[in-house]
Design a protein around this ligand. Structure first.
Ligand code: PLP
Length: 425
């Protein structure tokens, strides 16, 4: 092999997995499957096997794999204009900025385009610092919540309220104060004169699919107003229809000053956005932030197609219907076996809370049955199917999940606490 590149034509699934193990940095868990194509809610692996995708590339492929409208928009834009750098604007980026401002309901919004969730949040954090420093030179601290996830760059890692993710990279810069996700008094106390922003998710995604309560959101809004800080909502996972509204904050009583988007915005094309209203929209001035690929016309065209399809196919409405079907299925399973304690989350971002810490084993058993789901906590499975998933696909997933959950409890020797089963809510 020395000196020559490994040939991949005609590779078997096994050979692809071997190449992955040899050539890709080990930042992710060991791989045992490589995918070659996808259509709708289905992925196809390098052996031609079909997998039902109830994770949608982690809430990214909201319209399903290879949606024809997105494919067409990307192909047309790729044949028209691919890149100009941030020295020049292009029509898709401008149309997208206008659409996002309208969907947010923010007439004075301005948008900064990034490539992903972390880079959208980086922009938000820098924006908040500029906004803070205009009031006081030391107003640069941000408050975030335990269990949050905001990305893996150094600043967004620090904003992520998960000590285990910080540990290998300590020391961090030390500009973040983290409080419990369910303690409004602690949040109020943490925001002070040196706080430039509170950054939070309306539903914590990676942190276990945990919706914040209304009191927590109200406390965040009030504390920001009291101290001239910005309320920044990270809608990277919840935004663009996932929860059944365009943005999750639209189902709450708060309006943030800044929101960030990424995952579903491009249905798999890498685009992120930081959207600000009011004085926050003017906090970043010329030369203070930039990125070469931001607002790239191909990714912006994909995002425009995503917004069109969500509107024209009435997707926001079907999110609630499919979510109800899933919840009903788990309520039946809970009543019959007691293995499921609760289904939490909003819309089609659901966390299935199990009565024992067997979520990883359940996810593994689902994979063996070619259903993709993941464990976000020892006792919580995350489901985030495509928003246009069909009734039949939901039924199939429920069947596989029911079997996998029951088997995992049996394998762990955990008697399902049938008598104490609570209803899913
Ligand atoms: C995924 C995610 C991010 C990070 O997005 P990347 O595109 O992986 O950088 C940030 N915030 C939330 C809420 C996320 O779910």
């Amino acid at each position: 092999m020395s000196g020559s590149v490994t040939r991949t034509d005609g590779h078997s699934g096994e050979a692809w997995v071997a190449l992955a193990r040899q050539r890709i940095m080990r930042t992710y868990p060991d791989t045992d499957v490589v995918f070659a194509s996808g259509h709708g809610s289905w992925l196809v692996d390098t052996d031609g096997e079909e997998w039902l995708d109830f994770l949608s590339g982690i809430a990214v492929v909201a319209l399903g794999h290879a949606h024809p409208a997105v494919t067409r928009a990307v192909a047309e834009q790729a044949a028209t204009l691919v890149h100009t750098s941030n020295l020049f604007l292009t029509t898709p980026a401008l149309e997208l900025a206008e659409r996002l401002a309208v969907l947010a309901g923010w007439p004075d919004a301005r948008v900064f385009f990034a490539q992903c969730g972390a880079t959208a949040n980086e922009a938000a954090i820098k924006l908040a610092r500029r906004h803070g420093k205009l009031q006081h030179p030391d107003k640069v601290r941000i408050v975030t919540l335990e269990g949050s996830f905001h990305g893996r760059t150094l600043a967004t890692l620090e904003a992520t309220g998960q000590a285990g993710k910080h540990a290998p990279f300590m020391p961090l810069a030390g500009f973040v104060d983290t409080v419990a996700h369910d303690d409004p008094a602690a949040l109020t106390a943490a925001v002070g004169a040196d706080t430039c922003a509170v950054l939070l998710e309306v539903v914590q995604g990676e942190g276990g699919v945990r919706p914040l309560d209304a009191q927590m959101l109200a406390a965040a809004r009030a504390a920001c107003d009291a101290h001239g800080a910005l309320l920044m909502v990270d809608e990277v996972q919840t935004g663009v229809g996932r929860t059944g509204s365009w943005f999750a904050f639209q189902q709450t009583d708060i309006v943030p000053d800044v929101m960030t988007l990424a995952k579903a915005l491009g249905n798999g094309l890498p685009i992120g956005a930081c959207i600000a209203r009011g004085p926050a929209a003017d906090a970043l001035q010329p030369g203070e932030h930039a990125t070469t690929f931001g607002g790239n016309p191909v990714t912006a065209a994909a995002a425009l197609a995503v917004l069109d399809v969500i509107e024209s196919e009435g997707i926001l409405g079907s999110v609630a219907t499919r979510a109800a079907q899933l919840r009903m299925g788990f309520a039946d399973l809970a009543a019959a076996t007691g293995t499921v304690l609760e289904v939490r989350g909003v819309g089609l971002l659901l966390g299935v809370v199990l009565a024992a810490p067997v979520a990883a084993d359940v996810a593994q058993r689902c994979r063996a049955a070619r259903l993709v789901v993941n464990a976000v906590a020892p006792d919580v499975l995350r489901l985030a199917p495509p928003l246009n998933v069909s009734i039949e696909e939901v039924d199939l997933a429920l069947e596989i999940l029911g079997t996998a959950i029951t088997e995992a409890f049996t394998a762990a020797g955990v008697p399902a606490p049938h008598a104490t089963a609570s209803r899913t809510s």
